[in-house]
Design a protein around this ligand. Structure first.
Ligand code: FPP
Length: 248
């Protein structure tokens, strides 16, 4: 008689005392996910939206304080009109169904980016969805819509310049801390971790200011295939990093 030796497994777990406070996610690879399946790009975005919902719920459950998801960049307007319309419709339907989408969660929805270029219809849906999550106390979900990191920095600089012009502050009062408070993420904890799936290794104008000391995590998985397990892996990997913030 012989006993089959049990496969040795190292089951790593997330350390709840060392969670990244704020995670940024670049939801990339939807088009490639669809192409692999001979599906239209719209199917990839739809699947990406499902993954987004799943990952936000998971992050809320494990106690992450804030998540910023890159849903539509300032550059995405340059895509074919049909794709832009499709993404806007997807967002609109999601926001309109906020009661259902956020049921059973403690998510606080925010939108970051220049809302002035979004249609009235989308803006009304955003206000509706924000209203639905008003009163929640869990994770802050920043949906980055018509968002660009450079735009955000330009916007902050303009506000600071206006404040100087109006005599509210002197130029030497403008420092990193001052500008930090003028970013869309002023009320959020610092961005500790930025995740980009689909094999690309660039920031693509995402959270440029906030990325100064963020850790990066890349993977070849296309966003629609990104699972809770992948998020767990990313967090465990983050927890092994030696963050020095410029010190030795
Ligand atoms: C980049 O992948 C992704 C986008 C430009 C859009 C991301 C949007 C979503 C995942 C849906 C958001 C909707 C809701 C309701 C949150 P890509 O399409 O450029 O992929 P590719 O590089 O493989 O072509």
């Amino acid at each position: 008689m012989f006993f089959k030796k049990k496969k040795e497994q190292t089951i790593e777990k997330i350390d709840p005392n060392n969670l990244p406070l704020h995670i940024g996610v670049i939801m990339d690879g939807n088009g490639r996910w669809a192409a692999k399946r001979h599906l239209p790009r719209s199917a990839g975005h739809r699947a990406g939206a499902d993954t987004f919902e799943k990952i936000v719920k998971y992050c809320d459950k494990i106690g992450i304080k804030a998540i910023t998801a890159y849903a539509f960049s300032t550059e995405n307007w340059n895509r074919p009109k049909a794709e832009v319309d499709n993404l806007m419709n997807l967002l609109y339907n999601y926001l309109l169904m906020a009661e259902e989408k956020f049921a059973g969660t403690n998510v606080i929805l925010r939108v970051i980016g220049d809302r002035s270029a979004l249609s009235d219809k989308i803006n009304e849906a955003i206000d509706h969805a924000i209203g639905v999550t008003d009163g929640n106390t869990g994770i802050v979900l920043n949906m980055a819509l018509n968002y660009g990191g450079r735009d955000e920095i330009v916007r902050a600089t303009r506000i600071a310049a206006e404040n100087v012009k109006n005599g509210m502050i002197s130029p030497d009062e403008i420092d990193g801390e001052y500008l930090d408070k003028l970013m869309y993420t002023a009320d959020n904890p610092p961005v500790d971790l930025i995740i980009r799936p689909s094999g690309e290794k660039r920031l693509s104008n995402f959270l440029l200011w906030q990325a100064a000391y963020a850790e990066f995590w890349y993977s070849d998985i296309n966003w629609p295939d990104f699972s809770e397990k992948d998020m767990e892996r990313a967090i465990i990997d983050y927890q092994k990093r030696n963050r020095r913030f410029g010190k030795v």
